[in-house]
Design a protein around this ligand. Sequence first.
Ligand code: HPA
Length: 300
Amino acid sequence: METFALTHYDEAADYIRRRTRQQPQIGLILGSGLSELAAQIEEADIIPYAEIPHFPVSTVAGHAGRLVIGRLEGCVVCAMQGRFHYYEGYSMQQVTLPVRVMKRLGVQTLILTNAAGGLNPRFRVGDIMVIEDHINLIGMAGVNPLRGPNLDDFGPRFPAANRIYTPRLRTLAHEVATELGVPVQRGVYLQLSGPNFESPAEVRMLQRLGADAVGMSTAAEAMVAHHAGMETLGLSTITNVAIGDLEATGQPSHEEVMEAGKVIVPRLKALLLGVLQRLAGEGSNRQAVAANQARPTEGG
Ligand code: HPA
């Protein structure tokens, strides 16, 4: 099964509803090396992907492969501890399936995190970049999650692709970063298929295209979220500097990405918790938390 109908998304959402009494309002996708953030979630209901109808199973080291639903800074979040990648062999619709399932669960706001290579020469390992916009290079090349019959229940056949990364949430992230003294960059994220890192010529090409960071996820998920009318915040962690110098001897590696993740986690955690705190103060999420508290215990 490579493409999905509304019934498939609903079967997954219905299953998740049976496994938790909590009504998530905010989705959180935790990228490579960042999945330990889910340990902060309180009153967590944990559902392995393998148990959810139609969910693929994550195959990458460093990706735990489970959904964690619970409370974080006064918000009810649905966190993906590990995401799916195109390079694992899944279709783009499989990769982005959880986003639509979250939408059917009632999630309105999606926070996407990832590990990325820095293309902007001003970026350093350990930087956090608030994604302003993206270049979905793999999507432009035809590997687009919205290809195939359009599901009008989610959004239109020909969706706009400006304002994918919700301006209000970008501003909020920068405000929180300033308050906390967490330095952040801003820029354009570019998605490739992976799994290989980029050749020096490719790195120079991507820099000329106007990208600041490169990775193997996020743009497709953000586009599907935008198509479904969700608000989106994207945070890239710069885990390595992409190498555009032909004569350079260093090599990017998954180990380097995971190591840098460890360094970035405390900073990203602070920023994320700060953003969630601010979102918790907003009306719709306060209502969701109150509704959760008011719901009777159903057992299980
Ligand atoms: N390139 C592509 N994807 C990545 C990189 C990179 O340099 N670092 C982390 N994910």
